[in-house]
Design a protein around this ligand. Structure first.
Ligand SMILES: Nc1nc2c(ncn2[C@@H]2O[C@H](COP(=O)(O)OP(=O)(O)OP(=O)(O)O)[C@@H](O)[C@H]2O)c(=O)[nH]1
Ligand SMILES: [K+]
Ligand SMILES: [Mg+2]
Length: 447
């Protein structure tokens, strides 16, 4: 019996042989659905053919966000980790130097760093990174082993690498400026094969299964990619014979399969083109214009500031400042939320999982509200740089607790955190939320 991998290869070959036109569209759609199903089988932990789970590396969950370095061997991933975080990961000229996941912490203030113009139009970072130490967003950068083509199908440690990448908030695809541009597409294919969608919004289409009535396919726009026959072919592959499908944009067969399959992750991605010290200025100018590209030289520390800024921009994080009653907001140490999950409830959960149970209301200052301050509930969506004070339900008997809870949150003091000058050199071993909680409740005997 053919193995799953052989079946995948056969389908890929057949797709390559098949001419793309109107007459073959539904057949190609069917093949794509078959392929998606086989890949899922291969990657599922329970599958027989998969030979083990798509388990990632065991990495600490700490940090405000995590960014994964993915690329072919020897493109300079470890050099980048070393320069951006000060964490040591071995660098060498031979391939597969890195064999496991090495995390390092970028401490970023999230404010714009003034770029220093140089003759080539690029930015030179200071050799000490001291200028970044006034900040407090903790971004976990993950150095990963190099992947090779076929990783998604189980070659090398690739599956572990891609599984870990799936848990990230942003991916840095590291490319070597002097290697063929085709490498970019190969890495993308590996990630896509594992259900990771780069710089893409989830498909804006509705898919609703029903009990009878056949396949009903409607579209509010003229669509060039999908016709009823193709939609039916794809659905039949999933044994779906009754469903309403409506498109609000020119969706592809792959988009429809993504919606039916589910479990896709949509992630921002930056292409860090490394080793630009090896190319000409003309080549550099071309690279610099490409969307989502960030040319750097990790070795010579060129444009690392630019890369950090882009990472911050792509992570799309919001900073929320806490304000203890009667005191000024703590601007040094914001709570960092994803712009996709930024309600007052998300804010509470960042501090402690039980905080929301004691939540009465919040006072908010900033661009998300009209009045200063404004009383809001836990569904309220916060904006970048809002100031929040949480008021808890009045249930405490201990007067000290009562005062403490009533006063809103005080943030952890420097005694709970390593000196800022050390921050960026350390792996985070403590969970940030836990350390915040212990400082909020710890001395008052909270549970
Ligand atoms: N010229 C140049 N060489 C670089 C640059 N960055 C890294 N290198 C060199 O590229 C080689 C590979 O660097 P690594 O950081 O080990 O690459 P890697 O991607 O981590 O490699 P693996 O762990 O084996 O996958 C080393 O010899 C580095 O010195 C750069 O910006 N310019
Ligand atoms: K290497
Ligand atoms: Mg390495």
């Amino acid at each position: 019996m053919a193995t799953v991998m052989q079946k995948i290869k056969d389908i890929e070959d057949e797709m390559a042989r098949t001419q793309k036109n109107k007459a073959t569209a539904h057949h190609l759609g069917l093949l794509k659905a078959k392929l998606a199903k086989l890949r899922r089988e291969l990657l599922a932990p329970t599958s027989k053919g998969g030979g083990g789970a798509g388990e990632g590396f065991d990495v600490t969950k700490s940090g405000d966000a995590r960014v994964g370095l993915v690329g072919f061997p020897s493109v300079g991933k470890s050099t980048l980790l070393n320069k951006l975080t000060g964490t040591f990961s071995e660098v060498a000229s031979y391939e597969f130097t890195t064999l496991t996941c090495i995390p390092g912490v970028i401490v970023y203030r999230g404010a714009k760093i003034q770029p220093i113009a140089t003759s080539s139009g690029y930015v030179l970072i200071s050799s000490t990174l001291d200028q970044l130490l006034v900040c407090s967003s903790q971004i976990l950068l993950l150095d990963l082993p190099g992947i090779i083509e076929g990783a998604k199908d189980g070659k090398g440690r690739g599956r572990q690498v891609i599984s870990t990448a799936r848990t990230c908030n942003c991916i840095l695809i590291v490319l070597d400026a002097i290697k063929p541009i085709t490498h970019k597409r190969l890495i993308e294919k590996e990630l896509e094969g594992f259900g990771i969608r780069l710089n893409k919004e989830p498909p804006n289409l509705t898919f609703r299964k029903k009990d009878k009535g056949g396949i009903n396919f409607t579209s509010t726009v003229t669509n060039t990619q999908l016709d009823l026959e193709t939609v039916k072919a794809i659905c039949s592959e999933y044994r779906i014979h009754n469903a309403d499908i409506s498109l609000r944009y020119d969706a592809t067969a792959d988009d429809l399969i993504d919606v039916i399959e589910g479990s896709r992750v949509y992630m921002p991605c930056i292409y860090a083109v490394n080793k630009i010290d090896q190319i000409t200025l003309e080549e550099l100018e071309i690279l610099d214009k490409l969307p989502h590209y960030c040319p750097v030289s990790a070795h010579l520390e060129w444009n690392l500031d630019g890369l950090l800024e882009k990472i911050w921009e792509y992570l799309d994080l919001v900073r929320i400042y806490t304000k203890p009653k009667g005191l000024n907001p703590d601007y040094e140490d914001p709570v960092i939320l994803s712009s996709k999950r930024r309600t007052v409830e998300d804010f509470c959960n960042r501090i402690h999982k039980d905080m929301v149970k004691q939540f009465k209301y919040a006072l908010v200052w900033g661009s998300s509200v009209k009045h200063k301050p404004q009383r809001v509930g836990k569904e309220h969506e916060l904006e970048d740089e809002d100031v929040v004070q949480i008021i808890k339900k009045d249930f405490c008997t201990n007067i000290q607790d009562k005062e403490h809870f009533g006063l809103g949150i005080s943030r952890f003091s420097s005694t709970h955190w390593p000196a800022k000058s050390k921050c960026w050199q350390q792996h985070i071993t403590t969970d940030i939320a836990a350390s915040r909680y212990s400082s909020v409740y710890g001395t008052h005997g909270g549970t």
